[in-house]
Design a protein. Structure first.
Length: 304
C-alpha cells in the first residue's frame, strides 16, 4: 500500500445529459495536513441534498487531513443572443458601493466579473435546480476523489524517499556512536590510573595508606562512571525505532499517527544520548541525530 501525503489538489467537471441550459458542474478538492479528518463543503443550493453522500464518499477513502470541497455551477459557454442587462449591472454597482463603504480595502469588480455576475443573475431563476445532478455529480465526484488520492500518493512517495534518506543517516550515526563508549571508559580508566600512580609516588608514607580500601573505592568509581555513560540501551532502542519506522513505510496506508509517536521516541533517545555524552564526538553525534529527527518530524506531519 502506498504512503499518502495529506497535501493534494484535484478538480473536475461534468455536464448532465439533458443540458439545454448549457450548464457545467465543477469540482475542486484541496487537502492539507490535520490531526483528524476535517471536511469543509462549499456547495450551491442545488446540491445541498447530496452533501451527505459526498461526505460519506470522502470518509470511505480518506482518514486524515483538512479537506475543502468546492462545487460550483456555471455556464459552459455563452448562450447565443445573450445581451448585457443594464438593470442587473446597476444593481451590482449599487451592491459594490455598499461593500466598499464597509470595506475600503476591497478590490473593485472588473468588467469581465460584472458581465459574468449579471449573466448569473439572469440565469438564477432555478434553471440549475431543474437539472437532475445527483447521478452525474456522484460519478464525477468519485473521479475527483481518485485524482486527489493519486496526488496525495505522489507526494507521499516523495516524503517516503526523504524519510528513507534520514533513516539511513540515523543508522550511520548509531553505528558510529557504539564504539565511542568503550573507548571513553578506557580513556577515563587510563587517566584515573595515572593519577593513582602519581598519588602513590608523592605519598611519603605508603605504609599508612589502606591500599586495599582505596583500590576498592577506585574500582567502584570506575564502575559507576562506566554505568553512567553507557548508552548501549539507548542505541538499541534507537535502532529498534528505526526498524519500526522502516516497516511502517513499507506497509503504507494510514501510518501518520504511529510515525509521529515513533519520532517522539527517537527524539527522547537522542536527548538521553546527549545527556550521557562522555566525549565531544558523542555530543556531536547526538546533535546530528536531533537535527535529523527534527527534519523527519517535519515530513511526518504531512503523512496521512
Amino acid at each position: 500500500m502506498a504512503v499518502y501525503s495529506m497535501t493534494g489538489f484535484a478538480s473536475g467537471q461534468v455536464e448532465p445529459q439533458d443540458n439545454a441550459e448549457q450548464l457545467t458542474l465543477g469540482f475542486e478538492i484541496r487537502s492539507v495536513n490535520s490531526r483528524f479528518l476535517d471536511l469543509v463543503f462549499k456547495l450551491p443550493e442545488a446540491l445541498k441534498s447530496v452533501e451527505s453522500q459526498f461526505r460519506q464518499m470522502l470518509v470511505d477513502e480518506l482518514s486524515r487531513g483538512k479537506i475543502e470541497v468546492r462545487v460550483f455551477v456555471r455556464q459552459s459557454r455563452p448562450i447565443a443572443g445573450s445581451v448585457v442587462d443594464s438593470a442587473a449591472i446597476q444593481h451590482l454597482l449599487n451592491q459594490q458601493e455598499m461593500v466598499l463603504a464597509w470595506m475600503p480595502q476591497a478590490r473593485a469588480l472588473s468588467v469581465a466579473e460584472v458581465i459574468e455576475l449579471q449573466a448569473r443573475m439572469k440565469g438564477s431563476d432555478g434553471a440549475e435546480d431543474a437539472i437532475e445532478w445527483s447521478d452525474a455529480a456522484a460519478k464525477a465526484f468519485g473521479q475527483c476523489i481518485a485524482q486527489l488520492k493519486a496526488a496525495r500518493a505522489t507526494e507521499g512517495a516523495r516524503l517516503k524517499a526523504v524519510l528513507d534518506d534520514k533513516i539511513e543517516a540515523l543508522r550511520d550515526a548509531v553505528h558510529k556512536a557504539g564504539p565511542l563508549i568503550p573507548a571513553a571508559v578506557e580513556q577515563h580508566k587510563a587517566k584515573f590510573m595515572e593519577r593513582w600512580s602519581e598519588m602513590l609516588a608523592s605519598s611519603k608514607d605508603t605504609a599508612s595508606l589502606d591500599l586495599q580500601a582505596m583500590e576498592q573505592r577506585a574500582i567502584a568509581e570506575l564502575t559507576a562512571y562506566a554505568i553512567r555513560i553507557d548508552v548501549a540501551e539507548e542505541l538499541a532502542r534507537l535502532q529498534a525505532h528505526l526498524d519500526e519506522i522502516t516497516s511502517l513505510l513499507k506497509k503504507g496506508g494510514a501510518i501518520g499517527k504511529r510515525l509521529d509517536f515513533l519520532i517522539q521516541e527517537l527524539h527522547r533517545e537522542a536527548n538521553t544520548l546527549g545527556s550521557k555524552s562522555a566525549s565531544l564526538e558523542l555530543s556531536r553525534i547526538s546533535m546530528e541525530m536531533k537535527v535529523l529527527v527534527e527534519q523527519m518530524r517535519e515530513q511526518v506531519q504531512n503523512i496521512e
